[in-house]
Design a protein around this ligand. Sequence first.
Ligand SMILES: NC(=O)c1ccc[n+]([C@@H]2O[C@H](COP(=O)([O-])OP(=O)(O)OC[C@H]3O[C@@H](n4cnc5c(N)ncnc54)[C@H](OP(=O)(O)O)[C@@H]3O)[C@@H](O)[C@H]2O)c1
Length: 376
Amino acid sequence: MSVNHIKWMNFAILQGLRSKGASGKNPPVGCVIVKNDILLSYGRTGTSGRPHAEEEAMNNVVDKKNLIGSSMYVTLEPCAHKNNNGFSCAEQICKSGIKEVFISCIDPDPRTNYRGIKILRKKEIKVQENFMNNEASKLYDGFFSRILFNKPFVSLKIACSLDGKIALKNKKSKWITNELSRAYGHFLRSQNDAIMTSSSTILNDNPRMDCRLSGLEQRSPTKIILDRYLKVSSNHNIYDTTYKNDIFLYSFMEMKDHLTKNKFVKKRKVDKKLNDEDFFKFIFSDLAKKGVNNLLIETGSIINTLLLSLNLVDELVIFRSGNIIGNDGLPFVNNLNFKKINDLTNYKISSIRTFEDNVLEIRNLTNKDIRCSQAL
Ligand SMILES: NC(=O)c1ccc[n+]([C@@H]2O[C@H](COP(=O)([O-])OP(=O)(O)OC[C@H]3O[C@@H](n4cnc5c(N)ncnc54)[C@H](OP(=O)(O)O)[C@@H]3O)[C@@H](O)[C@H]2O)c1
């Protein structure tokens, strides 16, 4: 494998990352066009999903003759379905004169799945598929989960003490982790399409759940509120819509007169008879239908325990400080009542970093590999 191909695909992956959490229901894609090992152009998925990265990269080349004989590096298979101009990305590539395309991940969307590649190969464009698939697949954990499993990719964020407690006995939790950790937590919010919290956490902490990093405020995710009995009033910070993001409110109650003045609130009634598993499955599939690929959850012990016991968490994002709270604190997870070690769920480490004396561990569920080429 040539080193330069790796370099250019890494650049394409970085472009894709810039769109993560800001590409609507479409997947975040990065694309780079190179000729004679010199960068011609690059692009990434636009806000709300259009233009596609390949379109943007090709449009950015002023003299289109330069595209003839060039190479494209793209993190997801070019689409085979037509855009508003009547052409798919694969067809536009065919018309451009690009001679070879390196593709990291195959698109599971049935409108494209291997059809994009077929269109390219039919025009004798050299295609290398699954190129750096491992490196790029992290971009698509959410998109693949939504398309293949009808649920968003669920990341559970936990800010805890050294001994795994998320609040004191009196439920005070501001602040267990340091400023840098919290800033990174805001960055993670910007990379997710939606953020979920509960009535209990809202009533205790009055959080805003937006992204308050300077310059990234508009990347604040859609807010998802679990408030089965409508305990949270419109005065709580969560209903602040400065950044104009939608709020999905899930409740058992009729909501005709509730929060009628807030046009950002989308009311979603949940059947009271659903058991815990069906309750969350209903919400996750509803969110998937709305195009939510990546869902960040910031809740306390009760919801964390439910989600973990139901195996609904794909990724744990644990910020751990050096403080010790003790056994009277609120644990990040309550009893799970396992009887056999072999039955324990394993979350494998995918990254670790430090923020001064805080540690961030990101761990993924081991038994669910959603890299697309394998899932199909
Ligand atoms: N450090 C951290 O990472 C972190 C993050 C978040 C929260 N916290 C802390 O955690 C504390 C709150 O934790 P918590 O355990 O009380 O609350 P929680 O887990 O956030 O939420 C529990 C609430 O969720 C609602 N709920 C919705 N669906 C449910 C279901 N199917 N089954 C049961 N309950 C359901 C219930 O309220 P309804 O009956 O009203 O629906 C329940 O009281 C706060 O002190 C907060 O500071 C810490």
